[in-house]
Ligand binder design. Structure first.
Ligand SMILES: C[S@@+](CC[C@H](N)C(=O)[O-])C[C@H]1O[C@@H](n2cnc3c(N)ncnc32)[C@H](O)[C@@H]1O
Length: 165
C-alpha cells in the first residue's frame, strides 16, 4: 500500500496521530499529481485501486481531468482497476469560486456530471470506465453553512467507485 500527498509533512502528522511509525507497512510518496516526473513514476501501471477522497474537488474541471488522467496512468491497464472515494458535490453540478485562491474555481459534481467527466477521461486515455456514484442525503449546508460561505444549499458528499471495463 502506498500513500501520496503534495505535502510530505502530513505523513509525519499521521504517524504522530496513529502512533504507527514503527509498524505501518505503507510507503509514503511526496508528489504532485500534475508532475509526470514525480516520485510516483515507478508506480505507473502497477496500482490496483486508487482511493482519492476530498481530492478531485480541489480543482476546476480541466485540472480534475488532468489529475484523473494521471491516476489512470498509475492504475494497471486492465479491467477491474478502480478509483474510489468521496468528495464534495452538489445536486446541481457547477463551478464555485475558491475561497482564497483568486481566479481559481472548484468543480462540484453531481452523479450525471461525474459520469460525463469519466467519459471524457476515458476518451482522452482510450479507456472505458463504469461509474457508480451517489450523493449522500445529508445537506452539508446545514452542517457547515454557518462557517463556510462556499457550502450552499444542495451541497452533498458524492461517494463513488469507478471501474475500468
Ligand atoms: C482535503 S485533503 C484530503 C486528504 C485525504 N484524502 C482525506 O480524505 O482526508 C486534500 C489533500 O490533497 C493534497 N493536494 C493538493 N494538491 C495536490 C497535488 N497537486 N498533488 C497531490 N496532492 C495534492 C493536499 O496537500 C491535501 O492533503
Amino acid at each position: 500500500m502506498y500513500g501520496s500527498d503534495l505535502k510530505g509533512g502530513f505523513v509525519d502528522i499521521g504517524y504522530d496521530l496513529f502512533h504507527d511509525r514503527a509498524t505501518l507497512k505503507t510507503t509514503f510518496i511526496e508528489a504532485d499529481i500534475f508532475d509526470p516526473e514525480s516520485k510516483l513514476k515507478p508506480l505507473e501501471g502497477t496500482v490496483d485501486i486508487v482511493h482519492a477522497s476530498s481530492f478531485f474537488h480541489l480543482f476546476d474541471w480541466d485540472d480534475q481531468v488532468n489529475a484523473a488522467k494521471r491516476v489512470v496512468q498509475l492504475l494497471k491497464a486492465q479491467p477491474g482497476s478502480m478509483v474510489v472515494g468521496r468528495q464534495i458535490g452538489h445536486v446541481d453540478a457547477h463551478a464555485v469560486v475558491h475561497r482564497f485562491l483568486s481566479g481559481k474555481t472548484l468543480f462540484r459534481h453531481n452523479v450525471e456530471s461525474f459520469a460525463k467527466f469519466w467519459k471524457q477521461v476515458g476518451d482522452e486515455t482510450n479507456t472505458s470506465w463504469e461509474v457508480d456514484a451517489k450523493l449522500d442525503d445529508e445537506n452539508l449546508a446545514d452542517k457547515f453553512g454557518a462557517k463556510h460561505e462556499e457550502v450552499p444549499d444542495g451541497t452533498r458528499w458524492l461517494m463513488y467507485s469507478v471501474r475500468r471495463v
